[in-house]
Design a protein around this ligand. Structure first.
Ligand code: SF4
Ligand code: SF4
Ligand code: SF4
Length: 188
């Protein structure tokens, strides 16, 4: 499904979030969290990747007091990027779809690798890997600009949507061409 641009207060709040889509705030992405802040159902201190800078920016925008980062959502940490141990990667491709910014490249049955310049360290590729060959490593690189992350995420969602549609068309065609029970009983 293509992402509709957010409007009004949600867009202004969303513009202050890091756009890693890491879900640590308790919402399925930055914009859902922005929506929850806008409608008063979430606090401004639930985004560990943004940390105190994001909390300050949100407090200024909304005219509310600055809060400490809620530790239930994580802690502020130094930037990391994912790294794949290619000697252990089995090429299952399960890490590709969860990466919100398409920072992993590889094809089924081939080893995969991370484009570290794109990786936000969101950790979403770790759990799907069946052989635990992805780890996070510290990086000296500056955090990627939120608008770049957002653009990559929008592209990712659109691409996944097209991929799903194509897959569904193949399944539908297979179903339509499959012999029915009545066909096989007529042939016997
Ligand atoms: S970057 Fe912050 S707002 Fe975006 S999903 Fe992660 S925790 Fe939530
Ligand atoms: S490679 Fe992993 S940690 Fe890096 S952005 Fe993609 S899913 Fe997140
Ligand atoms: S999920 Fe793990 S094993 Fe599978 S392709 Fe990705 S890195 Fe390799």
């Amino acid at each position: 499904m293509a992402i509709e641009p957010a409007s009004g207060a949600v867009a202004r709040i969303d513009a202050l979030l890091p756009q890693t889509q890491c879900t640590r705030c308790g919402y399925p992405g930055c914009e859902p969290y922005a929506t929850a802040i806008a409608n008063g159902s979430a606090q401004i201190n639930q985004c560990p990747p943004g940390g105190s800078a994001t909390i300050r920016a949100l407090a200024t925008l909304l005219g509310v007091p600055i809060l400490a980062l809620n530790p239930l959502h994580g802690v502020e940490a130094l930037p990391t990027v994912a790294w794949i141990d290619e000697s252990r990667c089995i090429g299952c491709a399960r890490c590709l779809a969860p990466c919100p910014v398409d920072a992993i490249v590889g094809a089924a049955k081939f080893t995969h690798t991370v484009i570290s310049e794109r990786c936000t360290g969101c950790e979403l590729c770790l759990a799907p890997c069946p052989v635990d060959c992805i780890e996070l490593r510290p990086t000296d690189s500056k955090p990627i600009d939120a608008s770049v992350n957002r653009e990559r995420y929008t592209t990712h969602v659109a691409r996944r949507y097209l991929h799903e549609q194509a897959r569904q068309r193949i399944l539908d065609a297979k179903k339509a061409n499959a012999p029915r029970d009545s066909d096989s009983s007529r042939m016997s």
